[in-house]
Design a protein around this ligand. Sequence first.
Ligand SMILES: C[S@@+](CC[C@H](N)C(=O)[O-])C[C@H]1O[C@@H](n2cnc3c(N)ncnc32)[C@H](O)[C@@H]1O
Length: 190
Amino acid sequence: MLYILMYVVQVILLIVFLVVIILFILWSIGNIKNKVPFVAASNAVLKDIDKALDIKDDSVVYDLGCGDGRVLLYLSHFHPKAKYIGVENSAFPILLARFGSFLNKKNTGNKVEIINKDFFEQDLSNATHIFTYLYPNIMDDLFPKFREELKPETKLVSLAFKFSGKEPISEIDLKRSKYKLGRKLFVYQF
Ligand SMILES: C[S@@+](CC[C@H](N)C(=O)[O-])C[C@H]1O[C@@H](n2cnc3c(N)ncnc32)[C@H](O)[C@@H]1O
């Protein structure tokens, strides 16, 4: 009996080990492929992101490089009538985001759409709000696309990083320790 129990425990540990290795490989591949790694926004700043975005019932909100989808999932709880689209091209965060979206739909009926795509290829012409947590050079690479595709008045909130050639309409200090990532929000109007 003890042998069987030990065998079962060993098999379970092996499966857990293999799953962790597979997830680690998926995470590493995503980080190598993209210039921006998967680092999720801190839960401590989600409330500030919500306030800065100022979402309405008819808003269409994108998170470009949505990671595990936590920002959109959080927003959809407080503004259930708006539409939420996360664009992500890395396998590990997509898995997490789709699972979160599935649970969210089960619990609240709100669907957060997660698109597996390079955000440079996503049409953004229906966006009213955009959230980003990327890198300064990627912000600048995306800038011409935003200029071309975004409707006038589209609001963009960037955690931590600015455009080099456009001034934000406001900067919000999140009052986080200097050792933490994501200490400011930059709010832009296109
Ligand atoms: C710093 S994380 C931010 C995650 C999420 N927005 C958040 O704040 O929690 C940046 C994400 O962008 C994704 N990413 C980077 N380049 C991308 C691209 N060209 N297309 C789609 N996603 C991309 C990465 O895989 C990563 O998950």
